[in-house]
Design a protein around this ligand. Structure first.
Ligand SMILES: O=C(O)CCC(=O)C(=O)O
Ligand SMILES: [Fe+2]
Length: 316
């Protein structure tokens, strides 16, 4: 099972003293990975390693120490009913296509002055209190990742030779989603316990910037050769993958690749994807020259897509 995922050094693109040619070379490396693989590791991305570690530590602390009452208090609640919005908060997913894991979802704050009750996606984040630094660290982390994702989008615009403002105007108020996932250890004494994980899927938005603890062997990516390949963490790197929206925006030139998690280990795993998604009011239509075929999602706003995805994903 050969590792097929490229590793890209982002420093030439980020360094203000780089030549235009050096920036373009890095942009083309990203472009190649986006066309051929849909996944790549990014090194020298500029995010403070201390805050990355702090995020992982806080996530682990939450899953290990938060009480059942705290988790119940944070549980995702239905939209239109009290303070719920069907998307923000804690959930335990038990089996089925979505796998078995626990997660807390935070989304970009939006103007929700018309609620409660809230529409889908328009509520307030429900921040864990365990540990008490959780929110503060996560907010700094989100700021860093927002900047990093924006630079990757800029690199993509450079490689595709599209006016970067066209692309940036669709993501400058990205409706991001920070997800903290806990995969339980497999309890060898309990033969009925399910292996934790997430079923095969493609991501939904633009870019996913994934930070996980260092354990290998859990995340797998579907390769062009028709086999699952390990996408083990590389210390200090982000694993970046493309979502369906970026594939649509590029008329399918860029690929969103399916992946899955099978965490069969005697140690719990934590994983923190940052989903960099379009602005709520961004349109789904491609920005690249069109082939004149009509597209099913032409003219649809991302907000509509998001609402449908939440309705579909509600776990009962
Ligand atoms: O936990 C992981 O390694 C990946 C999670 C994932 O694919 C997702 O949340 O979409
Ligand atoms: Fe995913």
């Amino acid at each position: 099972m050969a590792l097929a995922l490229p590793i890209i050094d982002f420093s030439p693109f980020l360094d203000p003293s780089s030549t235009k040619a050096a920036k373009r070379t890095t942009a083309f490396e990203i472009d190649q990975a986006c066309r051929n693989v849909g996944f790549f590791y990014l090194s020298n991305h500029g995010v403070d390693p201390k805050i990355m570690q702090q995020m992982l530590d806080n996530a682990r602390t939450f899953f290990e120490r938060a009480s059942p009452e705290e988790k119940r208090g944070l549980a995702i609640k239905d939209a239109g009913d009290g303070i719920g919005d069907s998307s923000r908060g804690f959930q335990r997913v038990e089996g089925g296509l979505k796998g078995t894991h626990e997660a807390v979802d935070m989304f970009r704050p939006v103007d929700n002055s018309e609620g409660p009750p809230y529409q889908v996606g328009f509520g307030e984040n429900q921040w864990p209190q365990t540990p008490n630094t959780f929110r503060n660290t996560a907010e700094q982390y989100i700021d860093s990742l927002f900047l990093l994702a924006t630079e990757i989008v800029r690199a993509i615009a450079t490689a595709l030779e599209v006016d970067e403002t066209v692309l940036l105007s669709r993501v400058d108020k990205s409706f991001w989603n920070l997800r903290i996932i806990g995969y339980e250890a497999t309890d060898e004494r309990n033969t009925t316990s399910k292996v934790s994980g997430i079923g095969e899927h493609t991501d939904f938005g633009i870019l996913t910037l994934l930070l996980t603890d260092p354990q290998p062997g859990s995340l797998q990516v579907w390769s062009k050769n028709g086999e699952w390949v390990a996408a083990d963490p590389i210390p200090g790197c982000y694993l970046i993958n493309l979502g369906d929206m970026l594939s649509k925006w590029t008329n399918g030139i860029y690929v969103s690749t399916k992946h899955r998690v099978i965490h069969n280990s005697n140690q719990a795993r934590v994983s923190i994807p940052f989903f960099f998604d379009p602005n709520m009011d961004a349109i789904i239509s491609p920005f690249l020259p069109l082939d004149r075929n009509t597209h099913e999602d032409d003219g649809i706003l991302f907000r509509e897509k998001f609402v449908n995805s939440i309705k579909y994903s509600i776990v009962t």
